[in-house]
Design a protein. Structure first.
Lengths: 547, 228
């Protein structure tokens, strides 16, 4: 039985040798991750073009000793060096993958103010970079949890100690496997309209005029699976719902019904040059189009810091109608402590870019204006529902809602210059804070990217029900998007993180086991040839005893 | 953790059995038949044990240690001894010497045990990405088990196949056999009751195996000496 002792010792020694390569570890961890958007714009590929990845973890874009083409770089979203990232892209250095950490839901507001603003800008730049570039490697977003943070800290510590995770040294390995992304068929844009008929007086044969209030509700951000765009344009959609609710109460009673029809519309396709609005307008018949007195479009009303609102118009400000609208709004604005300033932007017929929603109305020769906190016209796909846009200033949204509702009411009921507040605070027609809060919360939790919203998606059903509960005439219109965008699916995946041993470890174990077995063989051979004799007395002693 | 690791662990788990067969005179005397018969007896014993477990033990949700359950498991575990008895005494073999017989039976028994208990976890687990020490430790446990089983077979052959034994040694023989048979229960108690780490349990098993092997060897050689 010597062989057992010897083999035991050998094995222990080898185990200690081998243990130097890797620590005892936990089982694999699993996280939900959201892929960055992938789309083609007029045939040009944009966004992140790959989905599956199987690489080691790295904590930065320039970790010495780590091969960036075979590692997944894990970075908090505010700490990405975009210039370096861009350099790599231009220099055709393709990363194994990029995993961006978003602050935990509900904890993003804990930063100090200066940091927060800077971080916000970096995050927006990063998002723009992802959207506007053809990124040939997988990019994923994940919400930071304590376990993920601990893992990242460990990766950072390893990298700093000069032991980055590679195939030869072992470490953390990230695996996301799934089907390759495919094009989805042209998405449908769902417009929801609600019609509040106005009072037609007896014997009056003239057509009742209509006022349209419109807001787009969908988003376009860096990750379709992540809720985004609370301010752009969740705030606009919520304001519209509240205004519809208030006016539906007024119009329910014929005594308080106004002499204007009210047409509310939640439109899709906002980020894509307001394609939904355009199609919706084209579906109007001539009479309706001519009966629209003016339209007001709501775009981003929940700014954190501002009190100034802009009224964007395409007709010159001197135009009588525009002046009327502006004065109506200014009157109420002063009472509320806001300022509304007119901004004129001519429509450029040759360019297909439609910067504001009211321009779609103007192209149909309908007087319209957009009320927004944004001063400059947004570029294509900017301010259209960013993933960093997770909060809206509810006080500002309420004030803006009050502003629009009040000025509308004074116009409809012909109460200008009469200092009467229709939606006074404390009355049962006041703008409801809980209503606005509730809807803002819902929209901030719901991803609303149009190509990924099916006809039966819950949020569209929620909008429909909300309007249909109070207004009789609510219609849903489905239009197929025929713009130059093509989208790809596969937006949500599962990430598994393993702690793997290095190839060297496997080789060492193989050598250890091989030598152990070899040793066993030799020892067994040597000893058992003689072992038999141990069980048999040597014949000589027997003979001696016998005789 | 990849196929490579699987092969490493499989070699560690099953290699020693092959080595034992090839390197010792077992291969010379072509005792494969004996090994196979022993393996089959092991299979039968395990099936009976499973049926008894299913009938008498309650299924528990957690991994805790219940003394009554463990006692019952130990009692049923003694069925192993009965199986060994059956293999050693009741089956007929080709004419091979006593000491080869018990080695061949021990080998076949241990190989079947490793195959049944360790091949499936190895196949399923060692091929995954995640690395744990468990499969290497399991391999070591298989080695240890081989030693224990051969010792038990040796003691078994002493108890049942040898008529003349020095009377002073008889109680020691039976005690050692009892300890060997109870080894699985002891390991399970350490692992679940005292919550020892798997590596510690394997270390204990290793030292126990070495100790018992030494004792068995001394007993065996002592019984070889002709009566005074």
């Amino acid at each position: 039985m010597q062989l057992v002792c010897v083999s035991g010792h050998t094995l222990l020694a080898l185990l200690f040798l081998v243990a130097a390569y890797i620590d005892l570890c936990d089982a694999a961890s699993v996280f939900d991750v959201y892929r960055a958007i992938q789309y083609d714009l007029r045939g040009i590929p944009m966004g992140s073009r790959r989905a599956s990845l199987n690489h080691h973890a790295s904590s930065g874009l320039s970790v010495p000793g780590s091969d960036i083409t075979r590692s997944v770089v894990i970075l908090p979203i505010a700490k990405v060096n975009i210039t370096l990232l861009n350099e790599y892209l231009q220099g055709k250095r393709i990363l194994g993958g990029l995993l961006l950490l978003l602050p935990e839901k509900g904890h993003g507001d804990d930063n100090k103010d200066e940091d927060a603003d800077e971080n916000l800008q970096v995050e927006r730049d990063l998002e723009n970079w992802i959207i506007k570039n053809n990124v040939p490697y997988p990019v994923y977003f994940v919400y930071e949890t304590p376990s993920l943070k601990a893992l990242l800290d460990e990766v950072i510590a390893n990298d700093l100690a000069g032991k980055p995770a590679t195939a030869t040294t072992g470490g953390f390995k990230l695996v996301i496997s799934g089907p390759e992304p495919r094009k989805i068929p042209p998405p449908s844009l769902v417009n929801i309209q609600a019609w509040l008929p106005g009072l037609r007086s007896e014997g009056d044969s003239s057509v009742v005029q209509t006022i349209a209030i419109v807001a787009w509700y969908d988003t376009f951000g860096a990750a379709p699976g992540i809720p985004a765009g609370t301010d752009s344009n969740g705030s606009g959609a919520v304001a519209l719902l509240e205004i519809a609710r208030l006016f539906s109460r007024l119009y329910a009673n014929p005594k308080t019904r106004g002499r204007y029809n009210l047409l509310f519309a939640l439109t899709a396709g906002g980020p894509y040059d307001y394609e939904g609005t355009s199609k919706w307008l084209k579906s109007f018949d001539q009479r309706l189009r001519e009966s629209i007195d003016y339209a007001i479009c709501l775009n981003s009303l929940g700014s954190i810091s501002g009190e100034k609102l802009w009224l964007h118009v395409s007709k010159p400000p001197e135009n009588a109608y525009i002046r009327q609208i502006h004065e109506g709004l200014s009157e109420v604005a002063t009472e509320l402590g806001l300022t509304v300033e007119v901004k004129h932007k001519k429509i450029n017929i040759s360019s297909s870019r439609v910067a504001w929603e009211h321009e779609q109305f103007s192209r149909q020769r309908i007087t319209a204006a957009t009320l927004s906190e944004l001063e400059t016209p947004p570029e294509l796909l900017e301010n259209a529902g960013s993933i960093v846009d997770t909060r809206a200033n509810i006080t500002q949204v309420i004030l803006s809602t009050k502003l629009v509702a009040e000025s509308l009411a004074r116009y409809i009921y012909d109460q200008q210059d009469k200092h009467i507040t229709v939606f006074a605070d404390g009355s049962n027609l006041a703008v409801s804070r809980s209503y606005v809060q509730g809807w803002l919360n819902l929209l901030s939790r719901t991803p609303r990217m149009a190509p990924f919203l099916s006809r039966n998606s819950p949020i569209i059903a929620a909008f429909h029900k909300e309007l249909a509960d109070r207004i009789e005439d609510v219609k849903i219109q489905h239009e197929t998007m025929d713009s130059s965008f093509t989208f790809y699916d596969s937006t949500k995946f599962v990430l598994s993180i393993f702690q793997v041993a290095s190839v060297t470890f496997d080789l060492v174990v193989m050598l250890a086991v091989g030598s152990y077995l070899g040793l066993l063989f030799v020892i067994a051979l040597v000893t058992t040839k003689g072992l038999d004799d141990l069980f048999r007395k040597p014949p000589s002693s027997r003979k001696i005893k016998g005789t | 953790m990849t196929l490579f690791h699987f092969f490493n662990c499989a070699a560690l788990t099953f290699g020693p059995h092959a080595v034992y067969y090839k390197a010792t005179p077992l291969s010379e005397y072509d005792t494969v038949g004996t090994c196979v018969k022993a393996a089959l007896v092991y299979l039968g014993t395990t099936l009976i044990k499973l049926v008894l477990f299913a009938t008498f033990l309650q299924a528990s949700d957690n991994d805790d240690f219940h003394p009554s359950q463990e006692m019952l498991k130990a009692l049923i575990g003694f069925l192993d001894v009965a199986g060994m008895y059956f293999a050693l005494t009741q089956l007929t073999y080709r004419n091979i010497s006593q000491n080869h017989k018990f080695q061949a039976i021990g080998l076949g028994w241990a190989f079947a045990d490793s195959l049944l208990h360790r091949l499936a976890p190895l196949w399923v687990g060692a091929k995954g990405h995640e690395f744990t020490w468990d499969y290497l430790l399991q391999g070591i446990e298989a080695n240890v088990n081989l030693v224990l089983t051969v010792s038990l077979a040796a003691l078994g052959s002493l108890m049942w196949l040898r008529k003349s034994k020095p009377s002073a040694l008889v109680p020691i023989i039976y005690t050692s056999a009892g300890i060997l048979a109870a080894m699985p229960s002891i390991s399970s108690y350490l692992h679940r009751g005292l919550k020892w780490d798997f590596s510690k349990v394997v270390g204990f098993e290793m030292s126990a195996a070495v100790a018992m092997a030494l004792v068995t060897w001394r007993l065996f050689s002592a019984c070889q000496r002709p009566q005074a």
